[in-house]
Design a protein around this ligand. Sequence first.
Ligand code: HEC
Length: 270
Amino acid sequence: MPSRETWSFAGVFGTFDTAQLQRGFKVYREVCSACHQMRIPFRTLTQNGGPQFSNAQVTALAAEYKIQDGPNDSGDMFERPGRAADYIPWTFANENQAAAANGGKAPPQLTIMAKARGYERGFPWFIVDVIPFLQYQEHGVDYIHSLLNGYETAPSDFKVPQGGYYNKYFPGHVIAMPKPLSDGQVDYPKGADGKPVVPETVDQYSRDIAAFLMWSAEPALDQRKRMGFMVMIFLGVFAYLMYYVKKKVWAPLGGEAEGLPGTAPLGPTG
Ligand code: HEC
C-alpha cells in the first residue's frame, strides 16, 4: 500500500506551497512531458493558489513552444510560437503515436491523475475516511509519490514481461513506464550558499510533481478549503443563534427559560 505522506494542502486549513508547485512544474516540464500530456493552458500557471508564475514568465515559457495553427489564407496549417492562452502542447501528435512509442501503452493524461487514482486504506481508516470533515483526500498524491519511488528489482520468482518494468505500487506490478526519475536529474533553485533549497532526490522530485498534479486536478483547492471553513464558522454561529431564538420563543411556555422576565414557569405552583 502506498505510504501516507504529509502534504501542505491536506486538512481543513491546507494550502498549496507555491514554491513546491513551481518545482513540480519544472519536473513535469523536464521529465514527464517527454511522454505525458496535461490539458492546461499556460496562463493557468499564473493563477492565485497555483504556481503563480508571473505573466512575463508564462509568456516567455509559452513562446518556447511551437503551436500548430491555421489554416491560413492559402489553406495551409502553420506553426507559430505559443501564447499564454494556448494549451501546453503534447510531444505526440495523438494517442496512437504515443502508444507506439511506449511499447503499446499510451502514457495517460496527467491533469486529473491525482484525483483519478486512489486506494482503500482498510480497517480502521476507512471509517475515518468517510467522515466528511476529516475525510482524507490525499490518496491520489500518496499513490503518485509512492509509484515514482516504487521501482525495484523484481523478486526472483516474478517474471517481468518484455517492455514492462517492476513497480511495487503499480497494480499487478508490471508498468509500461520506465523509471522516470533519478537523483540529481532536475536542477532546483539554489539558496544563498549555492546549495539547492530542497534536496535534488527522487523522493523530493516525486513529492513536488505529485503536489503539482494535485493542483492541476483541483486548481481551486485553496479557495474551496477557505470557503468550507467559512461555512463551518457560519453554521456554528447560526446554530448558536438558533438555540437562543428557540429558547426565547418557547420561554412563555416555561421550562428551561427560568429567570427571563415574564416567563413564570407553569406548574402546580404557578
Ligand atoms: C518514457 C515515457 C514516460 C515518462 C518520461 C513518464 N511516464 Fe508516466 N507513464 C508512461 C506510460 C507508458 C504509462 C502507462 C503505464 C501502464 O499503463 O502500464 C505511464 C503511466 C503513468 C501514471 C499512471 C499510473 C497508473 O496508475 O495507471 C502516472 C501517475 C505517471 N505515469 C506519472 C508520471 C510522472 C509524474 C512522470 C514524470 C516524473 C512520468 N510519468 C514520466 C510513460 C512515461
